[in-house]
Design a protein around this ligand. Sequence first.
Ligand SMILES: Cc1cc2nc3c(=O)[nH]c(=O)nc-3n(C[C@H](O)[C@H](O)[C@H](O)COP(=O)(O)OP(=O)(O)OC[C@H]3O[C@@H](n4cnc5c(N)ncnc54)[C@H](O)[C@@H]3O)c2cc1C
Length: 172
Amino acid sequence: MSVEKDQFRAAMARMGAAVSIITSDGPAGRHGMTVSAVCSVTDQPATLLACINRSSRGYGTLKSNGIVCVNILAPQHEGLCRLFATPGAPTVERFADETEWDTLKTGAPVLRDAAVALDCTVDAINDVGTHGVLFARVQAIRMNERADGLIYFARAFHHLSPPAALRAPAAD
Ligand SMILES: Cc1cc2nc3c(=O)[nH]c(=O)nc-3n(C[C@H](O)[C@H](O)[C@H](O)COP(=O)(O)OP(=O)(O)OC[C@H]3O[C@@H](n4cnc5c(N)ncnc54)[C@H](O)[C@@H]3O)c2cc1C
């Protein structure tokens, strides 16, 4: 028993998700791609998973380098998000503005104003169908408490703000 691919895709399009750019650097080169199939696995040890299409350049690069940074995006990153999702867009084009990027612990590119950056080492990759499920151990975290959220839902981008009571106070 199974369902049609298109029906499954339509169902998953109704599952709103945060959007991230997952990056890597190392012997296999620098890379970054847009992903929304990311979730927490466990907090002991802090681990997340990301599902990466095996036909993408990212799959081989992330796997070979063994380090990744999951940069959770904010509303101002919608353009960057589209660029990192454009099939075949050259890596130099995606990272054209060097000032947007720095590093934390592993050396993977960290988006300076990401809502959250989770700097990780890759523990394992399990291939399932067309995708690799990458398990990443979090080595460092940087948060921008004042960032709003960027969500992909029903094949469109949406902006989310925290309730007023939970908003971080403005910096002086
Ligand atoms: C909101 C959103 C969420 C996403 N979430 C995920 C996710 O969770 N996991 C995931 O794996 N992907 C996801 N994607 C898709 C992913 O961002 C893109 O496939 C991206 O292009 C991958 O970049 P890459 O450089 O690693 O691979 P690319 O080299 O860009 O290859 C990606 C695919 O495009 C094909 N391709 C390459 N060059 C061309 C070309 N010139 N013309 C046509 N096709 C070409 C490749 O064969 C491959 O199938 C998401 C995209 C969006 C917009």
